[in-house]
Design a protein around this ligand. Structure first.
Ligand SMILES: NC(=O)C1=CN([C@@H]2O[C@H](COP(=O)(O)OP(=O)(O)OC[C@H]3O[C@@H](n4cnc5c(N)ncnc54)[C@H](OP(=O)(O)O)[C@@H]3O)[C@@H](O)[C@H]2O)C=CC1
Ligand SMILES: O=C1O[C@H](COP(=O)(O)O)[C@@H](O)[C@H](O)[C@H]1O
Length: 490
């Protein structure tokens, strides 16, 4: 059943800064096409692509069509394509030159809400804000969408947030974490709060521990320049994994309003037990992939990637044991791991429940296999519950077996298309709903916690542990969880 809310999108001027860049071509322009195809763009909505290169309108349309041909999975529908292309205009300027913005208003429709998407390096967010302001292009209903990373640490994130805050109020700022746009991540909230089965069993009385794995098969995809200055901690943990953890661990929000949800998420982030030089060895593992095999093919190690600097100690894998020091989660560890060049792309949350207080089947099992709730984020999106069952039969002694209640999205919601995360996020932004976007205090709290770990790693001066590409990371990550008498879900 649909949540009752006004989903009609007002007409927007969607102004895409960095329209010729990788993100715009791979994700944003295709996502807008899909929204148009689904009838979710107002007929007056326009898309203004802004970039530095001089280019004619026709050359721009050709470039967009090439991007759509390459990155839209379905074949393009001619009538949708022509409607979509007719919404587009190209505007060329340097984003740091206010005089270059003088004509931009001629591309905007009076009465439309202006949604500015900064698909550019964060270092120029402030400069673009200044140019918009000086050209009187910022109204109270104007919005701005910011891409990650917001900074490289707490200090630099504050600088970027301060720069943007000079021109936009917090209720105008939409910070992207594309994991929040994934269907399965949104389903987490529904699963937790629309089912009494879970709502009443979601704390340290029933749950033993939680695992969150985001494994990527890809390496750094030619992005050495960016990635080597970031590493997996900043690239994935600081944002995506901590956002997922917050949704798993948060208390029930008062309602589904953006700030109600974000208030609860930030409380979780504030309750994360700090990891610093005193406890970093027990609670963290850093790894870096070496040459290995993926699907039978030899793949290069991190230090052999294009653009590589052979000295780099940058991590491509992180495993963490995280404690949440609050009433609900005291004594329940959350194990997080994320890495590049894992055997397969595979992201999931596993909630492992405690065993019943007394084992009636000790003749069969010294310890009963635990109930597990697995939320498969991607691929094969779905939810699975591991339960114990009696094996049918007239045997004199009872036999038990673990089996799975499997709610695969593709089987359950037949023919439902799983929208790309950016489609959902762009739509919500045009609707003016900030609940799937990250508030400033969340970003800064996440940085505070991650900075302490990064600092402890730097202080220890220990290089990351090597793991062969195509494996599940360094053995030290297995040792970390085994010390607690637990095991990673494989
Ligand atoms: N690509 C991805 O998958 C992801 C990207 N991001 C983030 O999104 C943002 C954009 O990334 P991406 O698309 O990969 O980057 P690109 O470098 O491919 O694109 C950035 C665009 O910004 C333009 N630009 C930069 N400076 C100026 C300027 N002063 N004036 C005018 N144009 C300028 C560039 O123009 P020109 O070509 O003329 O230099 C380019 O078109 C970054 O913050 C990145 O971290 C986040 C998640 C994933
Ligand atoms: O933000 C990022 O995410 C991708 C992984 O996203 P997914 O949707 O494919 O799971 C990651 O590869 C990239 O390094 C990072 O910047």
């Amino acid at each position: 059943m649909a949540v009752n809310r006004d989903s009609s999108v007002n007409s927007c001027d969607f102004v895409l800064f960095g329209t010729l860049g990788d993100l715009a071509r791979r994700k944003l322009l295709p996502a807008m096409y899909q929204l148009d195809r689904a009838g979710l763009l107002h007929e007056d909505t326009r898309i203004v692509g802004v970039a530095r290169s001089a280019m004619s309108q026709q050359e721009f349309l050709d470039a967009v069509q090439t991007a759509l041909n390459t990155f839209v999975k379905e074949s393009l529908e001619p009538d949708v394509l022509s409607r979509y292309l007719s919404r587009l205009t190209y505007y060329s300027t340097d984003f740091t030159d206010p005089s270059g913005f003088a004509d931009l208003k001629n591309h905007l429709a009076p009465g439309s809400v202006m949604v500015n998407y900064f698909a550019t390096p964060p270092s120029i967010y402030g400069a673009i804000g200044k140019c918009l302001k000086e050209n009187e292009l910022i109204q109270p209903d104007t919005r701005v969408v910011l891409e990650k990373p917001i900074g490289n640490d707490l200090a630099s994130s504050k600088v970027i947030n301060d720069q943007v805050a000079e021109y936009f109020e917090e209720n105008q700022i939409y910070r992207i974490d594309h994991y929040l746009g994934k269907e399965t991540v949104q389903n987490l909230v529904a699963l937790r709060f629309a089912n009494s089965l879970f709502a009443s069993k979601w704390d340290n009385r029933t749950i033993d521990h939680v695992q969150i794995t985001v494994a990527e098969e890809v390496g750094i995809e030619g992005r050495w320049g960016y990635f080597d200055g970031a590493g997996q901690m900043r690239d994935m943990i600081q944002n995506h994994l901590l956002q997922v953890l917050s949704l798993v661990a948060m208390d029930p929000p008062v309602n589904l309003d953006a700030d109600s949800i974000r208030d609860e998420k930030v409380k979780v982030l504030k309750s994360l037990r700090p990891i610093d030089h005193t406890n970093v060895y027990e609670n963290s593992v850093r790894g870096q992939y070496a040459r290995g095999f993926l699907r039978g093919e030899s793949v290069p190690g991190y230090l052999e990637e294009e653009g590589a600097n052979t000295e780099s100690d940058c991590e491509t894998f992180v495993a963490l044991r995280v404690d949440i020091d609050n009433w609900r989660w005291a004594g329940v560890p959350f194990y997080l791991r994320s890495g590049k060049r894992m055997p397969t792309k595979h992201s999931e949350i596993v909630v492992q429940f405690k065993n019943p207080p007394h084992n009636l089947y000790k003749d069969l099992y010294k310890e009963l296999p635990p109930n597990k709730l697995t939320i498969r984020l991607q691929p094969h999106e779905g939810v699975e519950i591991q339960v114990m069952n009696k094996v049918p039969g007239l045997d004199s002694s009872t036999r038990l077996q673990t089996s799975k209640l499997d709610l695969s999205f593709s089987d359950t919601f037949k023919n439902a298309r799983i929208a790309d995360a950016y489609e959902r996020l762009l739509l919500e932004c045009m609707l003016g709903n900030q609940s799937l976007f990250v508030r400033r205090d969340e970003v800064e709290q996440a940085w505070t916690w991650c900075d302490s770990i990064i600092e402890a790693w730097q202080r220890s001066n220990e290089p990351p542990k090597r793991y062969p590409a195509g494996s599940w990371g360094p053995v030290a990550s297995v040792a970390m969880i085994t010390r607690d008498g637990r095991a990673w879900e494989e």
